[in-house]
Design a protein around this ligand. Structure first.
Ligand code: NAD
Ligand code: UD1
Length: 360
């Protein structure tokens, strides 16, 4: 029996694949590589010494996805696949709703058809909107403020309705705070397209010399130093949270939301300082206007995940910065070269359900 990982080639998915394989799970990855490269999965194999099946299938392709279900015995699904750029979601909302919602409908229909009713879903702290009531617990009011966030909020509601209609489902809605960091090997990490929107990849690209200077979005918030405060969580801790959630959904029924965060908040300037210490590099910055839609302060009450999943984040800010730096320094252009290989070798991009790396 295998765990199906949708979006497994992406940033959080690839780190979760490592943890799943290390724990002895059999995994199957489905990804359309719209925001990732096959190379990340090759490196997952390199880190773990294990092979697994990869399907280059779009979740919107029902026929292709059904082949995955019919060819494999799947016991649970971890569903990462989705588009995630806030600004882009404002420009092309229909595409975001279609990709994220329709992809989830098709996935859930097939799960139902094949009797797979254990699901771990990638939600986001973005569902809380711009509340300033911290720490944020799972029962805080929901109210996403952009199309991306609303896709997460809607999917959460749809999955709750699904459970109400059939109580043999078991679903964990994981609300991530701000994932940063990379695997300690330096082999996998975050590989954003173009100029990063998020703080950590921006800082690390300044440190490595790809970008000149960080724009600090506002220094007049009522926070410790006037800059925005967030709950940064190491991606490996986050990945481990998925294994705990998987354990929960496999052994009990229901639908539950869990915050995955550290419960600690760091300001933008604290992050700059921590990164300078970890990397030994100067990170130049300029204070600019606030970014519309940004909350002043956001950090989790992560006690529910501790009590019900037995999960707590273990890695601190220094490790998050050190690991990000190792990844950035070793891979200044991310997973760059592998796109050529895909074309050159006619890799699964052009086939529907190709077994590229076959288990055992
Ligand atoms: P990512 O973009 O690196 O990974 C998502 C993966 O899904 C990519 O590999 C992409 O190619 C794939 N994908 C997208 N649409 C698909 C489709 N229709 N069919 C098949 N594959 C598809 O993103 P990530 O940072 O790893 O995030 C994973 C999940 O967690 C996403 O759902 C995201 O919204 C959510 N999330 C991320 C963050 C964050 O800061 N990274 C925070 C909160 C929630
Ligand atoms: C952003 C998204 C959120 C998404 C999350 C994914 C917005 C409004 N929110 O959250 O929906 O779930 O990413 O991780 O885009 N900052 C700078 N300069 C930069 C970049 C960021 O000063 O170049 C500041 C921001 O103002 C904020 C902090 O750094 O105070 C963190 O920003 P970011 O990494 O983009 O995360 P969020 O804003 O929390």
């Amino acid at each position: 029996m295998a765990i199906l990982v949708t979006g497994g080639a992406g940033y959080i998915g690839s780190h979760t694949c490592v943890e799943l394989l290390n724990e002895g799970h059999e995994i199957i990855v489905v990804d359309n590589f719209s925001n990732s490269k096959l190379e990340s999965l090759k490196r997952v194999s390199e880190i773990t010494g294990k092979l697994f099946k990869i399907y280059n299938v779009d979740l919107l392709n029902q026929k292709g996805l059904e082949e995955v279900f019919s060819e494999n015995k799947i016991e649970a699904v971890i569903h990462f696949a989705g588009l995630k750029a806030v600004g882009e979601s404002v420009s092309i909302p229909l595409w975001y709703y279609h990709n994220n919602l329709t992809g989830t409908f098709i996935l859930c229909e097939l799960m139902k058809k094949y009797g797979v009713k254990n699901l771990v879903f990638s939600s986001s702290a973005t569902v809380y909107g711009s509340t300033n009531q911290v720490p944020i617990s799972e029962d805080a009011p929901i109210g996403a403020v952009n199309p991306y966030g609303r896709t997460k909020q809607m999917i959460e509601e749809i999955l709750r309705d699904l459970y109400i209609s059939d109580q043999t489902w078991s679903i964990a809605l994981l609300r991530y705070f701000n994932p940063i960091g990379a695997h300690e090997s330096g082999l996998i990490g975050e590989d954003p397209n173009g100029i990063p929107n998020n703080l950590m990849p921006y800082i690390s690209q300044v440190a490595v010399g790809k970008l000149q200077s960080l724009n600090v979005f506002g220094s007049d918030y009522s926070t410790k130093d006037g800059t925005g405060v967030r709950d940064y969580i190491h991606v490996v801790d986050l990945a481990k949270g998925h294994l705990k959630a998987l354990g929960k959904v496999q052994f009990s029924k229901g639908v539950d939301a869990y915050n995955l965060g550290t419960g600690k908040g760091y300001s933008v300037l604290e992050m700059v300082k921590a990164f300078e210490i970890a990397s030994g590099k100067k990170v130049s910055y300029t204070i600019t206007n606030r970014r519309p839609g940004d909350a002043a302060i956001c950090f989790a009450d992560a006690s529910k995940a501790k009590i019900e999943l037995g999960w707590v984040a273990a890695k601190g800010i220094h490790e998050m910065c050190e690991d990000t730096w190792r990844w950035q320094k070793n891979n200044p252009n991310g997973y760059e070269e592998e796109q050529d290989n895909l074309i050159e070798h006619n890799f699964p991009v052009l086939t529907s359900a190709a077994d590229f790396l076959v288990s055992n």
